[in-house]
Design a protein around this ligand. Structure first.
Ligand SMILES: Cc1cc2nc3c(=O)[nH]c(=O)nc-3n(C[C@H](O)[C@H](O)[C@H](O)COP(=O)(O)OP(=O)(O)OC[C@H]3O[C@@H](n4cnc5c(N)ncnc54)[C@H](O)[C@@H]3O)c2cc1C
Length: 461
């Protein structure tokens, strides 16, 4: 079957792009892991929406202030003005946001928001949104999802993208139905052609020792971009979340959502004293925590939910409550230990306002892309919205393109044997992304005296 669009990644970015593409086009979604294993499923706090006309100015200003005024203002404007339509769309797919006693949408607040404008579903908003999008995608006959398939390169020919090179298990149907070779570790490496490609491969948490992200999110698209001279934007803008549950266990750090602080939780040092305004932007709070840990010579600080009514904790923050219990803490009765961890990637593959990269017909959406919305630091709960808004814009531009381009068969010869050492490729990609992050970090340090807002460097994995 001929493919019209290949999408790498099936978080909110990839899924929503697919849903906004024409139903008479063949769409293939490949994802490195199980479809549900993406950061979109992990989002806790919620998703922003411009509440009314009066909210525009303050929402705009909050986003810019959090981003240290390095945001692309046009992108911020597009995101805010599109927010209501996106939320209506989600509701039409069955997404169930919290409502008040009158049946109106309820809003919560998070750090650096001047007012409540965040919609939520308990403390599992990401799962609520992404599972509904995934269910909708699974109903569409024109969209096929292939799990445990990794993009390892793109096919570039005469200044345009023409498809991807991917790897999979030896019995993968997609690989077997396309030109393929056997890799050194027994996997298959294969080519997959299409005139349009969307990168929706998420963040870079897998490159760090301590992160809230899934470990398989290793910034592969960024490495492929570097290889093909596709510009990145601010790859050193990495957000550290101030509050993840401190644990001696290995693996993904469990996030304690910012809305916990938004609802009143306070940060305490080892002597039970407050040391920072908890609602300052994330980077500022993270810095304050690192400083306090150094002063106190501790591995964490404490977060007390005492100001939040017990009933609210058990309903709004049910999953956080349960996760803390698993670690031995009853957060309705005692403070919990928290520590900052890598959380979000503001930088990414540079894209325009339609999410197009510098390579023709190659788009990037979601966390892997940088359209400039977040500037140097993301405002809480802006990323799901930003991913959805710009995924839809990519889909609409591609739909238009597909109506107007003549698709020709090209005789491109690809040497798949170059890709058989998959471990070496993965290690090389991680190295090239880390090197670029460090290069840009030094560049920004040298060209900007006010580097207080730069993300704290935490160890790479
Ligand atoms: C714990 C946590 C809580 C969060 N809470 C919030 C919140 O409350 N509000 C908010 O707005 N944002 C929140 N975020 C951020 C938000 O969830 C993400 O920014 C957003 O979901 C990113 O969506 P995405 O589609 O870009 O990527 P993801 O959802 O991460 O999806 C990436 C996809 O790419 C696939 N992939 C990766 N590499 C490859 C490859 N080489 N080949 C094929 N597939 C590949 C993965 O398997 C996955 O399917 C949170 C993030 C985390 C980690």
């Amino acid at each position: 079957m001929k493919n019209d669009i290949i999408i790498a990644g099936c978080g909110v970015g990839g899924l929503y792009a697919a849903l906004n593409l024409p139903e008479d086009k063949n769409i293939v979604i490949i994802t490195k892991d199980k479809a549900e294993n993406c950061d979109s499923f992990l989002a806790q706090g919620g998703i922003c929406m411009q509440r009314d006309d009066e909210d525009y100015d303050s929402y705009f200003e909050d986003t810019l202030r959090a981003g240290h005024y390095e945001n692309r203002q046009e992108s911020v404007d597009i995101m805010i003005r599109s927010s209501r339509d996106i939320i209506n769309d989600l509701i039409s797919y069955g997404v169930d946001f919290q409502k008040d006693e009158n049946g109106e949408l309820s809003f919560t607040r998070e750090g650096a928001h001047s007012k409540p404008r965040i919609l939520y579903h308990e403390d599992i908003t990401g799962e609520e949104i992404t599972s509904k999008l995934l269910a909708e995608v699974r109903k569409r006959k024109n969209i096929r999802i292939y799990e445990y398939v990794s993009m390892i390169d793109i096919i570039e020919y005469k200044g345009k993208v023409r498809g991807v090179i991917a790897s999979s298990a030896p019995d993968n149907e997609l690989a077997l139905n396309n030109p393929h070779v056997k890799a050194d570790n027994g996997s298959l490496v294969f080519e997959l052609r299409a005139p349009e490609v969307i990168w929706a491969t998420g963040g870079i948490g897998g490159l760090y020792a301590h992160s809230t992200n899934y470990p398989h999110l290793t910034g592969d698209a960024l490495a492929i971009a570097l290889k093909h001279n596709i510009p990145l934007e601010n790859p050193d803008y990495v957000q550290i979340h101030p509050t993840t549950l401190f644990s001696n266990k290995k693996g993904r750090a469990f996030l304690i959502s910012e809305s916990v602080r938004g609802e009143g939780a306070i940060l305490l040092d080892k002597n039970n004293n407050r040391f920072v305004d908890e609602l300052l932007p994330r980077d500022v709070v993270s810095h304050a925590i690192f400083e306090q840990m150094e002063k106190d010579n501790t591995e964490h600080v404490w977060l007390s939910m005492a100001p939040i009514p017990r009933e609210e904790i058990l309903t709004h923050f049910k999953h956080i409550y349960e996760e803390c219990l698993k670690e031995g803490y009853d957060c309705t009765k005692e403070p919990i230990p928290v520590v900052p961890a890598q959380h979000y990637f503001m930088g990414g593959v540079h894209v325009d306002k339609y999410s197009e990269t510098s390579l023709k017909h190659l788009y990037a959406v979601g966390e892997t892309s940088c359209n400039g919305v977040h500037g140097a630091n993301r405002l809480a709960s802006n990323s799901l919205l930003e991913s959805l808004v710009f995924a839809k814009r990519a889909a609409l531009k591609i739909s238009h393109e597909l109506e107007n381009i003549q698709i020709r068969k090209h005789n491109i010869v690809i040497d798949l044997n170059k890709y058989t050492n998959l471990d070496k490729i993965a290690a090389g990609y991680a190295l090239s992304v880390n090197t670029e992050i460090e290069r840009m970090r030094l560049y920004h340090e040298q060209h900007n005296n006010d580097i207080k807002h730069r993300p704290v460097n935490i160890a790479s994995a």
